[in-house]
Ligand binder design. Structure first.
Ligand SMILES: O=C(O)CCC(=O)C(=O)O
Ligand SMILES: [Fe+2]
Length: 301
């Protein structure tokens, strides 16, 4: 299998501090041979270092996911976002529990500014749904029946991947088998969120970003993006980014020192980042990291 390579990056030098690429394959193998155990330990060590340095890494899942599946998911989302506004609004968040369904362009606000994206949000189904209660409604699916079927399959797959990555992380942290078991008990019935997000190009006069700087609040995020370069940016601290030329990247207004680096999509990989749950669990050893999207290209991402 070819080694994944970053797509072309025209922000000169940003690769000097690029996120590590970690292959999950050793954890997919069903054998306990010494060589597999050694490979697993190397994967876990790489994840541990990535969580210490970045809170972000590329996860090569090419042995786990057929690229035709992700292509299909992207096409289905694109087809939905290309529908007339009235049709999209038929499954608007406000028709349900204000959390599940379609959020129109600029409806989402981060740091007080409208995000230049639209989205479809799905959450783990709940018992006795009641849309008057926050988050307690039903998921609202687009009319195309393939959407629900394919996205539900994807959620199952990502939940499996989540448990695999959690196990790899637990080993990277040197947890005992009992501690690993306890951690698994915390996440094996986890609450999940699935978001499909569509970004038109950011207008020059837009006061804000495609998606403003934020940390994810959950446990793990797997982010699959189309091939558009120069959109996702990750905030790295000076000791990690030293020597990086991040010319052209705006600096976050805030009191944390550091730089934004671009995380371009890599074929066969998802971007994985840890959310604030991990920061809390590890008492701040693993930091959940600021990231944002600045998509100024000409295409719909
Ligand atoms: O679209 C992206 O690349 C990032 C989206 C994101 O950070 C999020 O939904 O939490
Ligand atoms: Fe995020």
């Amino acid at each position: 299998m070819a080694t994944p390579q970053p797509l072309s990056d025209n922000s000169a030098g940003a690769q000097l501090a690029s996120l590590p690429i970690i292959n999950i394959t050793p954890y997919l193998l069903d054998d306990r041979s010494p060589s597999t155990i050694v490979r697993r330990a190397a994967t876990s060590a790489a994840i541990h270092n990535a969580c210490l340095d970045f809170g972000f890494f590329y996860l090569d899942i090419s042995a786990f996911v057929d690229p035709r599946e992700t292509e299909e998911l992207v096409s289905l989302a694109r087809e939905f976002f290309a529908l007339p506004q009235e049709e999209k609004d038929r499954i608007a968040l406000k028709n349900e529990d204000n959390a599940r369904g379609y959020a129109g362009l600029k409806e989402n606000v981060t740091n007080g500014k409208a995000d230049n994206h639209e989205g479809l949000d799905f959450y783990r189904p709940v018992e006795n749904p009641d849309k008057r209660k926050p988050l307690w409604g039903n998921n609202q699916w687009p009319d195309d029946p393939r959407f629900k079927e394919k996205y539900e399959n994807w959620v199952v797959k990502m939940q499996k991947l989540g448990l695999i990555v959690m196990e790899a992380m637990a080993i990277g942290l040197g947890m005992t088998p009992e501690e690993r078991q306890e951690l698994r008990g915390l996440v094996d019935e986890s609450f999940w969120v699935m978001r499909a997000i569509g970004y038109p190009p950011l207008p020059d006069d837009h006061d804000g970003f495609s998606c403003g700087a934020h940390k994810d609040y959950g446990c793990l995020t797997f982010l699959y993006a189309d091939r558009t370069p120069n959109a996702l940016q990750v905030f790295v601290h000076p000791d990690v980014a030293s020597g990086a030329d991040v010319s052209g990247l705006p600096v976050e207004q805030g009191n944390e020192e550091g730089h934004w680096i671009t995380a371009n999509p890599i074929p066969g990989c998802v971007v994985c980042n840890i959310g604030e749950m991990w920061e809390i669990w590890t008492d701040g050893l693993y930091k959940s990291t600021l990231h944002r999207v600045v998509h100024r290209g000409s295409n719909y991402r």
